[in-house]
Design a protein around this ligand. Sequence first.
Ligand SMILES: CC(C)(COP(=O)(O)OP(=O)(O)OC[C@H]1O[C@@H](n2cnc3c(N)ncnc32)[C@H](O)[C@@H]1OP(=O)(O)O)[C@@H](O)C(=O)NCCC(=O)NCCS
Length: 121
Amino acid sequence: MVYYVSDFPDGKLKGKPKQIGYFSVIDYGGNVEFGENVKIGFGVVIISVSSITGSKKTDYIRKPVIIGNNAEIGSNSCILPGVTIGDNSTIGAGAVVTENVPPNSVVVGIPARVVRQKNYK
Ligand SMILES: CC(C)(COP(=O)(O)OP(=O)(O)OC[C@H]1O[C@@H](n2cnc3c(N)ncnc32)[C@H](O)[C@@H]1OP(=O)(O)O)[C@@H](O)C(=O)NCCC(=O)NCCS
């Protein structure tokens, strides 16, 4: 089972992953957009609205998440509000993605950092 949820009636979900694993949650309350041919592993959480705000003095953080074409998102990773994942990029299993990911990159870890560039010839 995969959950697509929004507590905001105006939240928009654009596109759908080509493949998505069990126990994934997509919260599109702040808008989530999927490009073409996106693959997602098991237990991935994509958050576009958060009532957990850390040091930000606000009731919630609500920012769109954009997943580029051909992106791959490894199992048990978490994509936070406002993140754009560039085309052809890969998120390693267990990563917490706090910032934008450039196209053609492999990112891993917490917080996610670029470890490879894909140079397809
Ligand atoms: C990221 C991944 C795709 C490998 O990509 P890659 O470009 O071949 O990268 P490499 O295996 O060469 O690893 C690069 C570096 O990142 C590290 N690394 C790889 N995956 C990692 C992960 N998930 N978390 C932390 N570090 C990781 C490697 O140890 C290596 O470190 P080093 O340079 O210090 O030796 C793969 O490790 C991964 O996480 N796959 C997700 C699988 C999955 O969840 N599938 C869902 C079911 S279909």
